[in-house]
Design a protein around this ligand. Structure first.
Ligand code: NCD
Length: 362
């Protein structure tokens, strides 16, 4: 962050941020469509199903040169800003390429050392500056809740509201990762009744990993899903998520070994130990036990899928990559198409894609 990073205190923000989530949500929708994408609790089943259909449609249109060029024309008059001040490879590149597929012109800040934040400008003022130039802001920021604060700021304070997409907010949420994860699950289970009734195992650093948090919230949209959380006790899923699942009647179990969840799982979602959040090396070596190796494969269902938001380290052995159940590289590619669909829904080009895009299908 900038040398002088400070937080600005805008009148009304404290009161707004203290409201329960269902009272905050309406601010982030406009004219019946999603406007700011900040947390997984914003998505309902109808939205997820529509996103799935639209993602598949865009993938198919993009297969031909004519289709791709037509997609490029949809938003060629608009501009997007990528403000990624936390490390990112996939999320950044898939958003950048999704923007380019839809024709957006893009600009980026990836290091506040190269922006006026180094001169003492607040991140809030930086974001207001972007809104002077662009039609969409996609941001990854280490501070939990900062994406929501900026969306509120632009919606309430600014005279030029611009949609904000949260591409990862500290340890809290990563809603667009959850969207591509459910897209991948839905696609994998397409011939087996979709996600309803499936057993999803989430493994690794569940306490500090934002992807499993956002994915857990999305499970409320599916019937009779069961979640198996496998983690070292110190890294189990947070109480807030457990309370949410209980309030929604979603069944879940906590396990302290990978082996115990493998036989039952329809999806095994591996995650990395988030040791960048260690205060005094508490990640240690416990996590070796939570790594998926070739010998585990025979203990899994033949129809199961293995997922990972990536990047991986030791938690999936490369020998697993060749197994037909390994889905993580496809999952990574799905991210770009899902993000195309999401952006087109925000801007209302989804209807055009569904209606006029028909002619590019072979
Ligand atoms: C994840 C993230 O940044 O939270 N990566 C991603 O966006 N694909 C997972 C991680 O860093 O472990």
């Amino acid at each position: 962050m900038g040398k002088y990073t400070f937080e600005q205190d805008f009148e009304g923000w404290k009161e707004f941020s203290a409201l329960p989530i269902h009272e905050r949500l309406p601010l982030f929708f406009r004219e019946g469509r999603i406007y700011d994408v900040l947390f997984s609790q914003q998505f309902d089943r109808a939205f997820l199903d529509a996103l799935y259909v639209l993602t598949n449609r865009i993938r198919r249109i993009a297969k031909s040169r004519e289709g791709m060029l037509w997609l490029h024309g949809l938003h060629a008059h608009q501009r997007a800003m990528l403000y990624f001040v936390q490390p990112s490879t996939r999320t950044f590149l898939s958003f950048l390429n999704a923007c380019h597929i839809l024709g957006f012109h893009t600009s980026e800040i990836r290091d506040p050392q190269t922006s006026s934040e180094i001169k003492g400008e607040s991140p809030e003022d930086s974001i207001r500056t972007f809104s002077s130039y662009v039609d969409l802001i996609i941001m990854r920021h280490p501070k939990e809740g900062f994406a929501e604060k900026t969306a509120w700021l632009l919606n309430v304070f600014s005279d030029r509201p611009v949609p904000v997409i949260n591409a990862g907010s500290g340890r809290d949420q990563h809603p667009t990762q959850a969207l591509l994860d459910v897209y991948t699950l839905q696609r994998s289970f397409e011939d087996r009744g979709g996600i309803d009734g499936k057993v999803i195992a989430m493994v690794g650093d569940l306490k500090r990993g934002r992807t499993v948090r956002s994915l857990s919230y999305l499970m409320k949209n599916y019937r009779e899903v069961r979640i198996l959380y496998a983690a070292p006790p110190a890294f189990q899923i947070g109480e807030d998520i457990k309370e949410f699942l209980c309030s929604q009647g979603i069944s879940f179990e906590e396990h302290d070994s990978l082996e115990s969840v493998l036989p039952e799982a329809d999806a095994v979602y591996m995650t990395r130990i988030q040791d960048e959040h260690d205060v005094q090396g508490e990640s240690q070596s416990e996590y070796a036990e939570f790594s998926l190796r070739r010998e585990h494969l025979e203990r899994m269902k033949p129809t199961a899928v293995i997922m990972h938001p990536l990047p991986r380290r030791g938690e999936i052995d490369v020998m697993v990559d060749k197994d037909p159940r390994a889905m993580y590289w496809r999952q990574e590619r799905n991210g770009m198409w899902t993000r195309c669909a999401l952006i087109s829904m925000i801007f209302g080009s989804d209807e055009t894609i569904l209606e006029e895009g028909e002619r590019f299908l072979r």
